[in-house]
Ligand binder design. Structure first.
Ligand code: BG6
Length: 446
């Protein structure tokens, strides 16, 4: 691989320190980017080469050549200076709030980008189907679509990618994964973390955009896509896009198939959390939800009629991160067999990374009195952390794991009726104490 330059716009921020640089460090350590130079840029006055190099050392655990350029990343002149410091076509990572990213992209229209430049964007890609389409149109004026990497780090999680192997490298699951045999699917990502000082971003996003519109829809896409002929970029992204294009709300009424809630004060993992509305930087009048639930259908021959329930919540006492496929009951259970009240379930758990099959067999004692058991296996850990995995695609010029323009727009199209119903007050904002299991009467079935 030739030498690479990664330019990080907004490099003094939290994303760079917490996720991006550790991903870069893992890539360097694994030998994937031998000749990498890092250029950090932001407007902060108190940053210089030394502080940036220290940040790189602390967060990446590596010391690649790194330099700092003070720049207003929304000004073409400044961007020209930053790009001038790169040797060869750079990868430009926008570690910026969405509105600033859009302005930086607009400013790049006045800059000559070297052939081979890659643009790397963080979610959210726009704030609606319309604004995503506008951003996409702007981006394709800068570089071709296959050099635009819209990062969803869930696509770099090895457990998420393992779904492909489970489904398509085994004979036993795939024949059952359709509406003839599946009763429902739950995709849950409940975290035992609160806001963690991210009000500036989160209060404008909320759980629906932060987790469901992005990450959980990608999991849904991989769980429901048709078998690709190969895992090359076009095939994989086409099949995932087909599934998401067929995804819509369950039933006609967005209010009936969605719920939203916000945490109040409570005890979480041994510490007291203030209510979300009292967190510094939160504007309570926005009514931002910290938990969202949604029921969707994937309206294809294979899946029509199966409800997919997606949920994500912050400050939940027991963190639960899994996709659960609940199978229909057997057509008939012989008279005399008892104890088989639970349906069979296939669980794919994201951290700890595990797959489990819950079913009924004879337990101790009476052979006709069955008990639920779980067969489980750990997935092996990935070589790279999720950010390392998606960045590898950037450096190798392989957009397989990035979100294609049309998919970014589809994912907004899926949730927009819900956002509109919430904005119109058609769905009450429920409360749940931090540290609890969330509001009562979840839409989930498992
Ligand atoms: C991020 C969200 O994209 O994903 C966070 O903005 C969330 O709110 C996080 O906590 C979850 O991902 P991970 O990899 O930390 O489990």
């Amino acid at each position: 691989m030739t030498d690479q330059t990664l330019i990080i716009l907004g490099a003094s921020g939290d994303l760079t320190a917490r996720l991006l640089l550790p991903g870069v460090g893992a890539l360097i350590k694994a030998g994937h980017v031998p000749g990498l130079t890092l250029i950090g840029a932001a407007l902060d006055e108190d940053w210089d080469d030394a502080r940036w190099q220290q940040r790189v050392r602390d967060s990446a655990g590596q010391t690649p050549p790194s330099r700092w350029i003070r720049a207003d990343v929304t000004r073409a002149d400044d961007l020209r200076t930053v790009l001038g410091a790169a040797e060869g076509p750079p990868a430009i990572f926008f570690a910026l709030p969405p509105a600033v990213t859009a302005r930086a992209c607009a400013a790049l229209l006045d800059v000559d980008l070297p052939e081979g430049t890659r643009l790397v964007l963080e979610k959210p890609f726009g704030t609606s189907a319309e604004s995503a389409a506008e951003l996409n149109a702007l981006l394709t004026r800068l570089v071709p679509e296959d050099r635009i990497h819209r990062v969803d780090h869930f696509l770099g999680k090895s457990t998420v990618l393992n779904i492909l192997g489970v489904r398509f490298a085994n004979r036993i699951f795939e024949p059952l994964l359709n509406s003839t045999h599946v009763a429902s699917v739950d995709i849950v990502f409940d975290e035992n973390l609160g806001l963690e000082n991210r009000a500036g971003y989160y209060d404008r996003a909320g759980a629906l955009a932060d987790m469901i519109q992005s990450h959980l829809l990608q999991i849904l896409g991989i769980l429901t896509m048709e078998p690709p002929i190969s895992l090359d970029t076009g095939e994989f992204r086409d099949r995932k896009a087909d599934a998401l294009r067929a995804t819509r709300l369950w039933g006609e009424d967005p209010a009936a198939c969605s719920r939203r809630a916000r945490y109040t004060a409570g005890d979480l993992s041994g510490r007291h959390l203030p209510g979300y509305a009292d967190e510094p930087g939160v504007d309570p009048s926005r009514e931002t939800e910290t938990l969202a639930e949604l029921v969707l259908t994937v309206d294809t021959w294979r899946w029509a009629g199966v409800p997919f329930r997606l949920r994500s919540g912050k400050a939940i006492g027991n963190s639960r991160k899994e996709a659960v496929i609940t199978f229909k009951r057997p057509p008939r259970v012989p008279d005399g067999l008892t104890g088989c009240d639970e349906p069979d379930r296939l669980r794919i758990t994201f951290g700890p990374d595990r797959i489990a099959l819950d079913f009924n067999i004879n337990g101790p004692g009476d052979p006709f009195e069955l008990d639920p058991v779980s067969l489980s296996a750990e997935f092996g850990a990935g070589e790279l952390p999720p950010y390392g995995e998606v960045l590898r695609g950037v450096f190798e010029d392989d957009p397989t794991l990035s979100i294609r323009a049309d998919v970014a727009e589809q994912c907004w199209r899926i949730v927009e009726p819900v956002t509109a119903a919430w904005r119109a007050g058609a769905v009450p904002l429920l409360d749940y104490p931090a540290g609890s299991a969330g509001p009562e009467d979840s839409l989930l079935t498992s």
